[in-house]
Design a protein around this ligand. Structure first.
Ligand SMILES: C[S@@+](CC[C@H](N)C(=O)[O-])C[C@H]1O[C@@H](n2cnc3c(N)ncnc32)[C@H](O)[C@@H]1O
Length: 360
């Protein structure tokens, strides 16, 4: 028997702050400074999507030297302990949860250094019911971590913990990935007279009458079906119902060219990291690919929705949001990061400095 899921522990007072209504803030704006102070100025129930890619507790200083002047672009990811890291992140995540709309989504990008501790912290802030996915993003190829002599498997993926403000009612646009050749060959094994590939799929109503499936006759076969008789007649008229050569039961002819692909799963291994020669590379350490942010934004927001990245580095989430006609707000405490992303938004999205963008 399935045990009921354990209830999340009640939230201690410091985890959930009293609701506050503050004045609306401007979007298409970068705020340069510590995000905790800025988040505390933001109104409740305001943003549709939070994406954060904060320090990972990796005990490293990330540095790159960029361009002809070899400008140093760096940030420090050293904390006294994992406990100190979580204590740094907790009040920020509490504020981020507060500013999210009731239909909003939250993605925390991290890796093996702290993902398990972060998950526990987020369960306490959002509740376990609001945890939707642990997404695995395969960010590098096999040889980049499994160093010779290291006695563990290569650590080649990041983790994105996906939560929503409430367990069921949130923005969700289903995305699909193309079907692989092997999948097509093993599943779409039939071809019709015009050369279109298809597979036979089930039409019977699972659970029969008990599940409310209607009973009637289809192509001379009586049974319980998953569609109303009217809908079945329409499928028959469109030539989408047939009895397979070796079968007895009418089946649905599912055509390959009608397929949207496979609904996106939780392992993402089709998005390469940003290499130093890539067109989108900005020489910022730990820059994430636009394709990754595109996917998150398309799934969890609609046009004109507001996206907040409170650790926005060189502004990948902001550029992706701008290109997809979303509103956005970015925060980073590094003046270098703010300058790099300001230039990026000017160059790539033709936004003007001044206004929300810091002057270069
Ligand atoms: C991993 S990087 C983000 C990279 C980003 N996703 C991108 O694609 O460019 C983390 C960023 O968090 C910023 N940061 C660290 N602590 C912060 C704080 N307390 N407030 C605001 N930004 C902070 C760092 O300056 C750094 O740019």
């Amino acid at each position: 028997m399935k045990r009921p899921a354990p209830k999340a522990p009640p939230l201690d007072p410091p985890f959930r702050r009293p609701a506050r209504q503050l004045a609306m803030m401007e979007t298409q704006n970068i705020y340069c400074g510590d995000n905790l102070a800025k988040l505390r100025e933001m109104p409740d129930d305001w943003v549709d999507l939070v994406y954060i890619d904060p320090p990972f507790n990796s005990n490293r200083v990330y540095e790159t030297f960029w361009g002809e002047t070899k400008e140093k672009r760096a940030f420090d990811d050293r904390h006294e302990s994992t406990k100190a890291y979580i204590e740094f992140m907790r009040p920020r995540c509490v504020e981020l949860a507060r500013v999210m709309k009731k239909t909003g989504s939250f993605y925390y990008h991290c890796d093996w250094h702290a993902s398990h501790y972060v998950k526990v912290m987020l369960d306490q802030i959002f509740s376990e019911d609001c945890f939707q996915n642990e997404i695995v993003w395969k960010r590098s190829s096999a040889h980049s971590d499994g160093r010779q002599g290291s006695q563990h498997f290569g650590r080649v993926h990041d983790v994105l913990l996906f939560y929503t403000a409430n367990p069921r009612d949130y923005t969700w646009n289903q995305l699909y990935t193309p079907l692989g050749q092997r999948y097509v060959e093993s599943h779409y094994r039939h071809t019709d007279e015009s050369g279109r590939r298809f597979q036979y799929d089930n039409l019977t109503g699972p659970g029969g009458a008990a599940n409310g499936n209607p009973r009637y006759e289809v192509l001379g076969v009586s049974g319980y079906w998953r569609y109303t008789q009217e809908k079945m007649q329409e499928l028959i008229a469109r030539g989408l119902v047939a009895i397979p050569p070796k079968g007895r039961t009418p089946r649905f002819k599912r055509y390959l060219d009608d397929s949207k692909g496979l609904p996106l799963q939780s392992v993402w291994d089709d998005l390469p990291p940003v290499n130093s020669q890539a067109k989108e590379a900005r020489g910022y350490p730990t820059q994430k690919p636009l394709g990754l942010l595109d996917r998150i934004i398309k799934t969890s927001t609609d046009k004109d929705d507001i996206i907040l990245d409170a650790f926005c580095g060189c502004g990948t989430a902001l550029v992706a949001a701008q290109r997809l006609d979303r509103r956005w707000v970015g925060i980073d405490c590094s003046p270098t990061a703010c300058r790099v992303m300001s230039k990026r938004l000017t160059d790539d999205c033709h936004l003007r400095e001044g206004g929300g963008l810091p002057r270069l």
